[in-house]
Write a protein that binds this ligand. Structure first.
Ligand SMILES: NC(=O)c1ccc[n+]([C@@H]2O[C@H](COP(=O)([O-])OP(=O)(O)OC[C@H]3O[C@@H](n4cnc5c(N)ncnc54)[C@H](OP(=O)(O)O)[C@@H]3O)[C@@H](O)[C@H]2O)c1
Length: 331
């Protein structure tokens, strides 16, 4: 594993970290044993940073992480999120009273006195023009309930606004071979402001593992079944907002670029994760993992040699030809 500085926090976090949505819910059934196995594997591989949210399995993901922290002596930094408990996203919903309740619930679930990093969980765009909300987060830091805070965004314009607030330490954004636009304008700005970037949905919900087929079936309670067209939340969170068959074809084109090297032949999953790590602005990728073997494979991407300039150009070409029109101006 390799480590990178996360913004101005003083933390060095694993380049491949762990996304804990799937062990909470909305990805089909994952038993407690499988979830704990995946989490322990991550720590065994050198992961020291876990991303979760209060709503993942209604606190289940946070509670499993609390259990992990009880079972391990290693330093584990936990980033959680707040805001998605609102029945409807409104600016008024981000009140002191609601934030206090969400933070206190997360502290209880995480069995912690302070949240390491709290991220606003994809609030409405207009919220970024409300300094009073960021002022409240500053107050929670002063009160010792939060160590740091950041945001998780859908759109680049939100990310650009968020980093104008001096105490925003991190931006979580979808960034993968199918979502390349953040690298254009946002990354140089984030570097300038020393803001950490968490690359979420790094495998395009599994599409960039190359294992999915036209007839792949997903459980009824898996968002790849129930949110394919954005029925429950932003469609960009499911397969990165890329049409299923187009994504499958593009993933196969990327697979064709893989060459074996002195450390063997990387899998498509590892190649796709290593692509993300080619960008210095990125602090870490946070692939979701349900089973130890997936986590082990994902973490090994950090040790792969750099992709060649030809491979980088070719992946850009595939994006421009097949994917760009579907996503580029949308998020
Ligand atoms: N709004 C937000 O803030 C937001 C939204 C989305 C995600 N996130 C965060 O970002 C994290 C990552 O995104 P994500 O989980 O949505 O998508 P992802 O990381 O692109 O895909 C994760 C899924 O791919 C499959 N997978 C992972 N590693 C694999 C491997 N080595 N081989 C084969 N399959 C593998 C697993 O599902 P199967 O085995 O079932 O295929 C896994 O659940 C989340 O866990 C969460 O922490 C945040």
């Amino acid at each position: 594993m390799k480590y990178r500085a996360l913004g101005r926090t003083g933390w060095n976090v694993s380049e491949v970290s762990f996304g804990a949505w799937a062990i909470g819910g909305a990805w089909g059934h994952v038993s407690n044993e499988e979830a704990m196995g995946a989490l322990h594997q991550a720590i065994d591989c050198g992961v020291n940073f876990i991303d979760t949210a209060d709503v993942y399995g209604d606190g289940r993901s946070e509670r499993l992480i609390a259990r992990l922290k009880r079972e391990r002596k290693d330093e584990i930094i936990v980033a959680t999120k707040a805001g998605r408990r609102l029945p409807k996203q409104t600016i008024e919903g981000y009140s002191k009273q609601n934030l206090t309740k969400w933070i206190d619930d997360s502290l209880r679930n995480l069995e912690a006195e302070t949240i390491d990093l709290l991220q606003l969980h994809c609030p409405p765009t207009e919220l970024y023009s409300r300094p009073e909300v960021f002022g409240m987060l500053d107050d929670f830091v002063k009160a010792g309930k939060l160590r740091f805070y950041g945001v998780s965004v859908e759109k680049i314009e939100e990310a650009m606004k968020a980093i104008e607030y001096p105490n925003v330490q991190s931006v979580q954004i979808i960034f993968n071979c199918f979502r390349q636009r953040p690298a254009e304008m946002f990354f140089p700005n984030a570097i300038k402001k020393k803001v950490g970037i968490l690359a979420r949905v790094p495998l395009a919900s599994g599409m960039l593992t190359g294992k999915l087929r036209r007839d792949s079936k997903f459980a009824a309670d898996d968002h790849r079944n129930f949110n394919r067209h954005g029925e429950s939340f932003d469609v960009g969170e499911t397969f990165s907002g890329v049409d299923f068959e187009t994504g499958l074809a593009a993933a196969e084109e990327i697979r064709a670029l893989i060459r074996s090297g002195e450390h063997g032949t990387p899998s498509l999953t590892q190649f796709a994760l290593r692509w993300i790590l080619m960008f210095d602005a990125v602090t870490c990728a946070i692939p979701g993992g349900k089973r130890p073997a997936q986590v082990e494979e994902n973490c090994a991407a950090a040790d792969l040699p750099a992709l060649t300039p030809e491979a980088m150009r070719a992946i850009r070409g595939i994006y421009d030809k097949k994917i760009r029109a579907l996503v580029h101006d949308r998020w």
